[in-house]
Write a protein that binds this ligand. Structure first.
Ligand code: SF4
Length: 660
């Protein structure tokens, strides 16, 4: 049934609406109006809408206005903090001021963003052993800063304390998490920052969250009642191309050597804070569990074959690996003892009872990972000196259908990159939307709002070596240098591996010593982007984390170079398991999975270039497979309609013909 409000969003956003009348230079956008209309229908009829809308559409207003008009409780979820903040601090105030709509929104971050008064008190009162990971002096140094902030903050949101970087070790000791939060029995419950923001969320009409929080909530609600978010009627997923990856993390299980160490440290601090343990050394049952954990992870570490950090590899089969199995059983036994001791202190020691539950879940996760069954794939990964092991669902589609799409909610999934060659088939298949559901699934591709044909040039040279040839790196570095010199502004060099990133960064430093060069990892992402925007003609060399969610309008970014086509590593256990599952049903994994996935990633990288209607620029893809292989045509057909050339001279002509 169509809602009586249908079409009202388009009236508010259209040429005779209040925005057009009040905002100088407001441009009416046909794509925005058609999207607003489709969102309005989906919400009124509890449909599912897949909507691809590129940069410049004004898509946040196209879903926020119908969402607010619907009068229902809405959750908007984004992949990036930047978009969450844009919605909360820019779009919603604009709607409130100019459209007169009552907003009533709450921005809800993950629990680890909020100060936990109990954990902070334990650190301040000296119950925490801060020597973990050699961080003692940094934690001691930062404590007065956190103490002063804890006194004055009314939100407990750690973003207020910008002097301390996000990765500072003190945050892990004083912030909340679903694992450490006690809830109503905590002595600080009524004045707790998490309680306050959750109460505000319960009465809010519109909640702004991120995908991590949303899927953590769906994963918890799938197992038992409760969860992090209150009930809602409508869900809008922006940056929805990230849904499969985030859902994979939350519907799976992960255990790391560092994570286990954090549990043992929390046990120690809680025993001391409860005055149940006074000795300098931890109790024997903690030492035993810690020792068994060290032994299991040492054996897992020894089984890693890849030298590359962050490379996932298959988990050894436990039954074929006697020593590993023995160590797993020994750890499980020690954790069982630990859980019993913690649980045996009775309900007056809430923190210990809560830790006992955490130890039980750890044992369940370890079993799920080491015996993953047929629907999950187990893998391990080395990070720094630690090792992580995990089991990920091969197909999140059935879980999403069960926990999200079959609940009768209106769900909007939108992003600048949902289609491959103009089709939603890939995303529907991956998210469990290919087979029929009770609710209809609508599709909409909003026409491009930016004039790519005039504003952008896609340069695809064919005279460079193949990316697999040893000569490629050197020749590619020379071509990047030439492109940077030909460009009046800044450049992104987006790489598919850390190794290429480092190699190009070194080459560019010696070829262009006068240009400011920024490299991913040298400073936090936010700082690098601030420096890049402020410099105006800097070169930023980065890997996949800069391919999306990064917004640099204007001359500071005039050139985007992509070194290789962003195909997944085929030996990655999760990728291999997904490809095998597709082959087992008689389809081509390359055509159905690898190519569409690469197309969406490439379109994201390309999308960094033009952010406003006045932007101009060149995207250079140095991997000649884009024009010489059959699948390259499919990737090209998925990209925006920029001019194309294989000749470097056209790049120079492109800039010469443009007044900037
Ligand atoms: S209720 Fe949870 S988050 Fe709040 S202070 Fe207590 S333990 Fe920390």
């Amino acid at each position: 049934m169509r809602s009586p409000t249908a079409g009202r969003a388009a009236d508010l956003l259209g040429p005779t609406g209040p925005l057009a009348q009040r905002l100088e230079g407001y441009e009416q956008r046909a794509g925005q109006l058609s999207m607003a209309d489709a969102v309005e229908r989906a919400l009124a009829d509890d449909q599912i809408l897949l909507c691809e809308a590129g940069t410049g559409t004004g898509k946040t207003l196209a879903y926020l206005v119908p969402a607010l008009l619907s009068g229902r409780r809405v959750v908007v979820s984004t992949a990036s903090k930047a978009l969450q903040e844009q919605i909360a601090y820019k779009d919603l105030p604009l709607i409130e001021e100019h459209l007169g709509l009552e907003v009533g929104a709450v921005l809800l971050k993950g629990l680890s963003n909020y100060l936990c008064l109990r954990r902070f008190g334990e650190l301040r009162d000296g119950f925490v052993d801060t020597k973990m990971g050699g961080t003692r002096s940094r934690v001691t140094e930062a404590l007065p800063l956190v103490e002063a902030w804890a006194e004055r903050t009314t939100t407990g949101d750690r973003a207020e304390l910008a002097e301390l970087e996000e990765s500072h070790p003190i945050w892990a000791l004083v912030t909340s998490s679903s694992e450490t939060r006690i809830g109503p029995r905590c002595e600080h419950y009524d004045v707790c920052h998490v309680t306050r923001v959750k109460r505000a969320a319960e009465s809010a009409k519109l909640l702004i969250v991120n995908h991590h929080l949303l899927f953590a909530d769906l994963a918890i609600k799938g197992e038992h009642p409760g969860g992090v978010l209150p009930n809602y009627d409508v869900l809008i997923l922006d940056e929805a191309h990230r849904v499969e990856d985030v859902a994979t993390g939350f519907f799976g299980a992960t255990v790391s050597s560092g994570g286990l160490e954090r549990v043992f440290a929390d046990v120690e601090r809680s025993l001391r804070a409860s005055f149940l343990h006074h000795e300098k050394e931890p109790p024997g049952y903690v030492l035993a569990a810690r020792q068994r954990s060290v032994e299991l992870f040492a054996a897992l570490n020894a089984s890693v074959t890849s030298a590359a950090e962050d490379a996932r590899e298959p988990l050894p089969e436990l039954d074929a690996h006697g020593a590993l199995r023995e160590r797993y059983f020994a750890l499980d036994e020690a954790l069982s003892v630990l859980g019993q001791v913690l649980g045996g202190h009775g309900p007056i020691h809430d923190a210990l009872a809560q830790l006992a539950g955490r130890v039980t879940r750890l044992r369940e996760d370890l079993t799920a990972i080491l015996y993953p069954g047929r629907t999950r794939v187990g893998w391990l990964e080395r990070r720094g000196t630690g090792v992580s092991i995990a089991a990920s669902p091969i197909d999140v589609g059935p879980l999403l259908r069960e926990r999200l799409f079959s609940r009768g909610l209106g769900v909007v999934l939108t992003s600048a990159t949902l289609t491959s060659q103009g089709s939603f088939a890939y995303i529907r298949e991956r998210l469990g939307l290919a087979a029929a559901l009770d609710a209809p699934v609508e599709e909409l591709v909003v026409e491009e709002a930016l004039d790519f044909a005039n504003a952008a040039l896609l340069y695809t040279p064919e005279d460079l070596p193949e990316v697999t040839e040893p000569a490629f790196a050197n020749e590619a570095a020379k071509r990047i240098t030439a492109l940077v010199l030909a460009t009046p502004g800044g450049a992104f060099v987006l790489c598919t591996s850390v190794r290429s990133m480092r190699a190009f960064a070194t080459e560019l430093a010696s070829a262009l010593p006068e240009r400011r060069r920024l490299v991913q990892g040298d400073a936090p992402k936010r700082t690098l982007l601030e420096q890049f925007r402020a410099t105006g003609d800097a070169i930023l060399v980065a890997t996949m984390s800069f391919w999306e969610g990064v917004d640099v309008p204007g001359a500071a970014l005039r050139l985007v170079v992509i070194d290789r086509l962003p195909f997944d590593v085929p030996s990655d256990p999760l990728v291999a398991a997904r490809c095998l599952a597709i082959r087992e049903r008689g389809a081509s994994a390359f055509a159905e999975y690898s190519v569409p996935r690469a197309a969406i990633a490439l379109k994201q990288g390309f999308g960094r270039l033009l952010r406003t209607r006045t932007d101009r620029g060149v995207v250079a893809v140095l991997d000649r497979r884009l024009t010489t292989r059959g699948y390259g045509k499919k990737l090209l057909e998925s990209l925006p309609g920029a001019q194309r050339t294989k000749e470097f001279s056209d790049v120079e002509r492109f800039w010469a013909s443009r007044k900037l």
